[in-house]
Design a protein around this ligand. Sequence first.
Ligand SMILES: C[S@@+](CC[C@H](N)C(=O)[O-])C[C@H]1O[C@@H](n2cnc3c(N)ncnc32)[C@H](O)[C@@H]1O
Length: 202
Amino acid sequence: MAARSRHGNPPELRRLMRRQLATTRARWQRPDRVLRVLRLRRGAVVADVGSGPGYFTTRLARAVGPRGRVYAVDPEPEVLTALVKRLDGAGNVTPVLSRDDDPMLPPASCDLALFVNAYHHVADGPAFVQRLARCLKPGGRLAAIDWAYRETPMGPPLRRRIPPEKFVGIGRRAGLVPVARHEFLPYQYFVVLRRARSVRGR
Ligand SMILES: C[S@@+](CC[C@H](N)C(=O)[O-])C[C@H]1O[C@@H](n2cnc3c(N)ncnc32)[C@H](O)[C@@H]1O
């Protein structure tokens, strides 16, 4: 099998991006329900971390409206180029070329950071989450949707998956408290953590 890039992407990136954007994905990804339970307000600032070509980015951009902002964060230049082409002038999306260990977002800037199928690609997840937590506003949320820790009809092999309890533990060590766990996705877990409203010593 051909080697993956250091961001976990296979060499045939264009084929992968087509798959990520396929309309049939909605059957199991349920993006409308994901957006509904996140209850984003108009004007909110959101980071789509590991955005890929923007399956969620465009939906988030519509949800926060023209006075809101979506940072589409990815360390792979080619996927951000594909994302910019898809935006078709949506003025409230800022592509951010991140680093492996740093989302490269302004401190205390986001109401929500969302990882979809991306956290398990991050080489040093705990260090990345520490940095990401600092980019949340006080009271801001980190939501993670990633492959369930069991065999599923699609998704990476079990050895590349991260159990949700482990993700929550990493979030806790970054000062985030779990506030919700949604169970409606057939192949993925969906957890939400929150940064304390008053943050001392961070
Ligand atoms: C499977 S894709 C998911 C894309 C998108 N979130 C979606 O649901 O369609 C994983 C993405 O995570 C990105 N990624 C890998 N390492 C990363 C890191 N350290 N920080 C942020 N994104 C990363 C990859 O480049 C890739 O675009």
